[in-house]
Design a protein around this ligand. Sequence first.
Ligand SMILES: [Zn+2]
Length: 680
Amino acid sequence: MLKSLPSHHPKPGISLIPPILILLGLLPGPAAASPQPAPCHGAPAALAEDSSFPPPAAHDRGIDVLSYDLVLDLDPQERRLTGEVAIGMVALVEGLTRVHLDLVDELTCLAIVQGGRPAVFTHGGDSLLVDLAAPLSTTRPETLRVRYEGRPPAHGSFRAGLMFRRHSAGTNGIPEDDMPIIANVSETWSAHSWWPCKDHPHDKARVSLTASVPDTLSVVSNGTLEQMDTPEPGRRRYRWREAYPLPTYLVSLAASDYVSWQTDCPVRDGLGGATTIDLGFHVFPFDREDAQVDFAVTCDAMAFLTELLGPYPFAGEKYDQVEIKWGGAMEHPTASSMPTYMFGGTGALDVLVVHEMAHQWFGNSLTPAAWHDIWLNEGFARYCEALWLEHAEGPAAYADFMRTLGPGHHPDLFVGDGRLGDPDPILPNLLVYDKGAWLLHSLRLLLGDDAFFRLLLSYANDPALVHGHATSADFQAHAEAIAGRGLERFFHAWLQTEMVPRLGVSVARNGTQAEITLQQLQDPWLPMAVPVVLHDAAGDARHVLVLDQRQRRFTLEAQTAVDAVSVDPDGMVLMLPADAPAPALDVQGPWPNPASGDGDGVRFAIRLLETADLEVRLHDARGRLVLRTRTGPLEATGPQGPAHSWTWEMPADGSLASGVYWLEFRGLGRRAVRKLTLLR
Ligand SMILES: [Zn+2]
């Protein structure tokens, strides 16, 4: 997904102002006042804003969904649908008698049938609890047919779900063309706002989608169009089927009065194969001319990504880009939804085409096992934007792009405090995108180009992950296999802490030798690579110093007397100046994490620049304040002094249930937020 306007790399002469104005008219709800990503300053506040939107139950519900067949009848005039979803499933535990599905309360469940027999169900709290007519077995798949109807609500932190809109209002307002647009954005938890399902990314299933619409509209969805017919005068019915398994958030429907065209795109892939990919384009009639220009990059981008990442994951199908009216783009498999604001006839948003296409590998084929690993989608897609710019425009464009993502540009980049993996409501925030891209860039510097690009290919084509699920640990394992050494310290620092590298540098020149001492001043330290240039009479010599400990001295030899030494001359290492002020409050931990709650509590390491008695607030996963306590007076430690070890004793009465909690430390005008998982 790429939400809101990309803030970087506009082509010269392209003003961002008109699209911003357009966007203001487009986004409903609270987002309308603030089209740019909201700064994120801590978990509890952000979660509290979202507390009206509890995520569905965990994925482990005793069933494995095998297939969804959606049959939908859509009425754009009334903004209603009636539908039947056939859900094929097996039990994960023998003899299961109750199934828990997700469906918002705004929709009405009319009936559930199992093998011709009606099943008893209750519907409330956005859950459908189905008492099965016969117990479900682990080996014999059964089908539940759920009939339902209603008006899908604006849902989730994006106020999206299935959206019924028209051309006339807002963007591209052309009164004489007031045709409907029906389109969905379901990431992260909004699939169940328009169809009953087990709404969790961990359970992929085969999906078919049949949609009936007024015959002035056409429907685009995932996979292959199998059939189109006329169920009754004035209506047209489209039957799409996706051959590869999908998680619920990637099931797509887009309908409007599209004009469509198709091109063949011959590509070679990074594993040595060659094929032709069917590219499709579906846009509103008045955007056709502009879209020809704005989509012109598509085949070049596909050729680039297949070379970089290996075969297009949806072999035998197509890659469509489908215009929708929403404030962002969404990487639906084989049918990316592209926002109407990208069409200006300038080709200024090539990176948006690349971003959504890169998700076909990262997210759509390799799907995060849980939303905690969402950076595996967005960090990779964002980094592919940088790699595209390097390919298309050269190293300077790559460097410019990466620098725009750095901490000076996005003040929230390192405020996440271990939240890199927490998707909702963090997805609107750019943290997972930009810090994820910097992780990959830093890994590339550390491993070298040859190893790094082999890593991308090996990870994206791992048979154990392709069209399945991936975790950060999977990617780390691939990186370690390619590097031939452990990278735990690197991944821990990037993914689990707020560290921003700060480097102390000292240089001594002695004739043709330069002695360079690098010292990492931040906690924790991590393996990092630092480019260095030696300047002498013979010219400039580039080196990459691998700093695999906190401090190290390097001796470099020049051809003639060393005139000068430049450390990171191009600004390609993400770091703050060595004299940047240390944070007034720094909290690391907790340990252990996850915690059982019956031991000796959990421990934190705290550094502060002044003596303080910190307030500690515990919030649950929905942002509710559960309890408050204080650390008691803690003496100033200074930025490098030994940290205080402070232990939080959990309530002995067992009142805290298993789950995710946030501990917020307040004092010295700062907040530090740490995440704790409690497993009782
Ligand atoms: Zn994305």
